[in-house]
Design a protein. Structure first.
Length: 290
């Protein structure tokens, strides 16, 4: 079964990620989505204690505040989001299922636990940009999730208005797992029948041209896939990829990492950060199966 886990925080970007995931799953019979909110109350704003808590001990006052101001509000927001999305779920077909889960605990821990339980093919989550880096893809939560799970993570830019992918750019560094990586991309998006561009940014065109030709030969037997190949030159890898994506109307960028502990070593940390936080299109990140 095609399952998508969607961590939500009730932001505008989070809601857009939900709509994107719905469209992504619509063409798969029996697909299931899980909206997940991880509740954690920091009590950082120092709101007045509710009148109903008068006379309680300090610890009971805190519990009352959590219950009435934070937890109930978050539960209501999750239910409102679920009800908002239900009409679209029904319009996309009777085979599409959606559930919601309200979990107490640290997001970086609970997302991993729910991924283990729910066994999704994909985790879809929004990115919030540089100003919210602590909660964005390179923040504690998402970095932890990406390092500890083998589930592919698809990040959706906060203000993304595009469609589900019909043209995917796979950035290759001519690793040993290119063939299996391409196979995973095909499996995730086969129902969309996308065109896949296999692209390498070269600093040695003559040598890399031979490598790209070899990769093309290795992928010739790829079933039901339209694959194109490109060798690009440029000093700024991130900019070269984004320029190519713009010129070819790419609507999803796929990047891989070789090991869990080396997420930010994808080419180098600043490039990885730049691509995810500033790319104007969805970015798929997954661990290569060595």
């Amino acid at each position: 079964m095609y399952r998508i886990l969607i961590p939500v925080d009730f932001s505008e970007g989070s809601t857009k990620a939900c709509h994107y995931a719905l469209q992504l799953a619509a063409g798969v019979p029996g697909a299931k989505l899980l909206l997940l909110h991880c509740f954690q109350d920091y009590l950082a704003d120092g709101d007045p204690v509710p009148a109903s808590a008068a006379g309680l001990s300090p610890s009971d006052q805190i519990a009352e505040r959590v219950l009435h101001r934070n937890e109930l509000e978050a539960q209501e927001q999750l239910e409102e989001l679920y009800q908002e999305l239900l009409p679209k779920v029904r319009s996309l077909g009777s085979n599409l299922q959606m559930e919601r889960a309200f979990i107490h605990g640290l997001p970086e821990e609970e997302i991993l636990e729910q991924a283990e339980r729910f066994r999704p093919a994909l985790v879809v989550m929004s990115t919030k940009g540089e100003s919210s880096i602590g909660r964005a893809v390179f923040g504690t939560v998402s970095t932890k999730v990406m390092e500890e799970t083998n589930v592919p993570i698809l990040t959706i830019p906060n203000h993304y208005e595009g469609a589900i992918p019909s043209r995917i750019l796979y950035a290759t560094n001519f690793g040993k797992t290119d063939v299996s990586d391409m196979d995973r991309i095909r499996q995730l998006f086969s129902h969309l029948q996308p065109m896949i561009y296999c692209v390498h940014i070269s600093d040695d065109p003559e040598e890399d041209r031979e490598k790209l030709l070899q990769l093309q030969q290795n992928l010739q037997q790829a079933p039901e896939s339209d694959i194109r190949y490109a060798l690009l030159e440029g000093d700024d890898v991130a900019q070269s990829l984004q320029d190519f994506a713009r010129s070819e109307s790419i609507d999803l960028l796929a990047l891989t990492t070789q090991e869990r502990s080396t997420f930010e070593s994808l080419f180098n940390p600043s490039l990885a950060k730049k691509m995810v936080l500033h790319a104007p299109l969805p970015v798929l990140v997954f661990h290569s199966r060595v």
